[in-house]
Structures are given as structure tokens and as C-alpha cells.
Design a protein around this ligand. Structure first.
Ligand code: NAP
Ligand code: GLV
Length: 324
């Protein structure tokens, strides 16, 4: 009998085609998000699930899925999945690293430049009919060229962001638990420093750590106070890496110049204080959102899900210890 796979939400069609070769597919061709109770009910007969970062794959949901053997996430971040609970049950978890690295680094740079040069604010000004003349100090922003970029989390995306900084002749500092290999540091002209030094010296601080218990509110009141008042914070990692309330206060108190945010603590809700601030550029979590990348992510997740259900090793396991 073919294994059953639940696809929780709309995906690109290539994912369904891959799954249908080997599995019976229960496809919810809908943008609606399943709540935990409905997800639990839908998982009763599922051997595998292709899920998204919006799905609450909690320990309770996993515990209530008796047949589940694989959870394949259409994203690289997997903080919505209780990986330890899956591992304890021998359930494989897979994700989609690498394929979205360049697109997310591009978006990070789009946010950095938009924040530094006040681009959305300038466009709003023009569309509102407020543009009367050229003034010497009209919508002046911050220089990017030859400034210091601090990268927090120097993995695939952090390094891709650093590579782009070479073109802007920036000085690059990075903070991570382990230093990158010397060849990478040399190629990217990046220096490993403690987080507090990075915060004190950077003109732009860009976050690229995964959300884990130890990175939740990694940037809070204390860290924001260490930043230069002229600096901008860019977050394309996960919202809860930043204490959003502390960020709102820091912006109001002019402890930093601006922020560019693609991710939020309680998506899709955005803090009123951020919506109010003209010095913040806000995007709806579109880091990897190119047609090509999203198609590849869907196909990767489907392929890995089918592989596990056929007794094969998936290409992108999050918990390889469950695989024989
Ligand atoms: P990655 O290659 O695993 O890089 C993450 C880096 O963070 C690692 O090099 C790790 O190095 C470092 N790190 C972990 N904990 C840390 C800590 N406490 N302090 C400092 N550094 C720490 O992951 P990636 O592919 O670059 O993706 C990073 C994150 O970006 C994802 O987890 C996801 O949440 C987010 N993302 C967002 C979007 C979007 O649409 N906005 C798109 C893609 C990804 P050490 O272990 O040496 O510390
Ligand atoms: C997107 O946020 C991802 O983690 O892939």
C-alpha cells in the first residue's frame, strides 16, 4: 500500500507531482493555515507531512500522529517544529537549506539599502504629492559604502550577505559561536568578534541566526543600547531574535537610526510602534520569495519526504541521528 502524505497548504505543483509518484497525497490546495486541532486530525492517517513555517508542528501535534515517519518543511528555518519530540519518536525532519541562500541575501541587501537611503519613505513622499523642489537636505540618509557591517550568524546566508558587502568596500565583522574557516574569513575579508564589540562598532547590524531558545531576544534592551545612534538593524532571520518592544522604544528614543525588518515576533501581526515609525522598512517575510526559489523549495521538501517513505536517505535531514 502506498504511504499517505499530508500537504498542509498550497505549494508549487511540482511538489505534488513528485509526491504522487510514490504516495497517496492529501493536498490542501488552500492558503488557509490549519490550527493545531485540525492539523492533529488530518495527521491521523499520515505517514508523512509536507509543512510550512506557519504550521504548528508542536510536540503535542507530533505525539498525536501515530503513523508519522517524516516531517518535510518548505523552509530552512524549522523553529515551528518540535524537532526533539520528532527525534524521540524516530521521525525524520527535513528542511530546504542552500537553495534560498542567495535570494535571501539579496533581500537582506534590498532592506539594508532601502533603510539606509529611506527609499520607501521617499516613495511615499513622492506619491503623496509632497515633492515641491530639490532641497539640499531632502530625505538624506546614511552612506553604505566603506561603512562597517556586523553580521550576527555567519552561516550560509550570513556569508552570502558578506560577499555582497565586498562590492561596497565595507568592513565586515561577524559574530557566531564558532569562527569560520580562515579561507572564508580571508575571501570575505570578515573578522570574528564578540557580539558586544560588533554592536558597538557596526553601522549596520544584520541578523542571520536560526531561532533557538538561546537566540530568542538575542537583541534586547542591553544590545540595542550598545549600538551606535546612527546605526540600522536589519532582520531577515526570525522575529523573536529581536525583542520587538525594546526595538520600538529604542527607535522612539533615537538609540538607533532605523531598522529593516522582514520578520516579526508574532507574524502576521506587526507591532503598532513599528507601523508608526517612518524610520523602519517593513516587509511581509519575503526573504526567499522568488518564483524560482520557492519552486525549488517545494520540490526539495517533496523529494525528501518521498525518499524517507521509500526507505531512502533524504538529502537534507535536520535530525540525521534518526536515519539508519
Ligand atoms: P545556517 O547556515 O545554519 O547559519 C546559521 C548560523 O548561525 C550558523 O553559522 C551558526 O554558527 C550561527 N549561530 C547559531 N546560533 C548562534 C548564536 N547563538 N550566536 C551567533 N551565531 C549563532 O542557516 P542559514 O541557511 O544561513 O539560515 C539562517 C536563518 O535565516 C534560518 O534559520 C531562518 O530562520 C532564516 N531565514 C529567513 C528567511 C526569510 O524569508 N526571511 C529565509 C531563509 C532563512 P555557529 O553554530 O558557529 O554559531
Ligand atoms: C524562511 O523564512 C525560511 O526559513 O526558509
Amino acid at each position: 500500500m502506498k504511504p499517505r502524505v499530508l500537504v498542509t497548504r498550497k505549494v508549487y505543483p511540482q511538489a505534488i507531482a513528485i509526491l504522487q509518484e510514490h504516495c497517496v497525497v492529501d493536498y490542501r490546495d488552500s492558503y488557509d493555515i490549519l490550527d493545531a486541532a485540525t492539523l492533529t486530525r488530518k495527521l491521523q492517517h499520515a505517514d508523512g507531512v509536507v509543512c510550512q513555517l506557519t504550521d504548528p508542528m508542536t510536540a503535542e501535534v507530533i505525539a498525536a500522529a501515530p503513523k508519522l515517519r517524516v516531517i518535510s518543511q518548505v523552509a530552512v528555518g524549522h523553529d515551528n517544529i518540535a524537532v526533539a519530540a520528532a527525534t524521540a519518536r524516530g521521525i525524520a525532519v527535513t528542511n530546504t537549506p542552500g537553495v534560498l541562500t542567495e535570494a535571501t541575501a539579496d533581500l537582506t541587501w534590498a532592506l539594508l539599502l532601502a533603510t539606509a537611503r529611506r527609499i520607501p519613505e521617499a516613495e511615499r513622499f513622492l506619491r503623496a504629492g509632497s515633492w515641491q523642489r530639490w532641497d539640499v537636505d531632502l530625505l538624506v540618509g546614511s552612506e553604505v559604502h566603506q561603512k562597517t557591517l556586523g553580521i550576527v550568524g555567519f552561516g550560509r546566508i550570513g556569508q552570502a550577505v558578506a560577499r555582497r558587502a565586498l562590492g561596497f568596500s565595507m568592513r565586515v565583522l561577524y559574530a557566531s559561536r564558532n569562527p569560520a574557516p580562515p579561507a572564508v574569513e580571508q575571501e570575505l575579508r570578515a573578522r570574528h568578534v564578540p557580539l558586544d564589540l560588533l554592536l558597538k562598532q557596526s553601522d549596520f547590524v544584520s541578523l542571520h541566526v536560526p531561532l533557538r531558545p538561546e537566540t530568542r531576544h538575542l537583541i534586547g534592551v542591553e544590545q540595542l543600547c550598545q549600538m551606535k545612534p546612527s546605526a540600522c538593524l536589519i532582520n531577515t532571520a526570525r522575529g523573536p531574535v529581536v525583542d520587538e518592544q525594546a526595538l520600538v522604544v529604542a527607535l522612539e528614543e533615537r538609540l538607533l537610526a532605523g531598522a529593516g525588518l522582514d520578520v516579526f515576533e508574532d507574524e502576521p501581526r506587526v507591532h503598532e510602534g513599528l507601523l508608526r515609525s517612518p524610520r523602519v522598512v517593513l516587509l511581509p517575510h519575503i526573504g526567499s520569495a522568488t518564483v524560482q526559489v520557492r519552486g525549488l523549495m517545494c520540490a526539495m521538501a517533496a523529494k525528501d519526504c518521498a525518499a524517507v517513505l521509500q526507505g531512502q536517505r533524504p538529502d537534507h535531514p535536520v535530525n540525521p541521528e534518526v536515519l539508519r
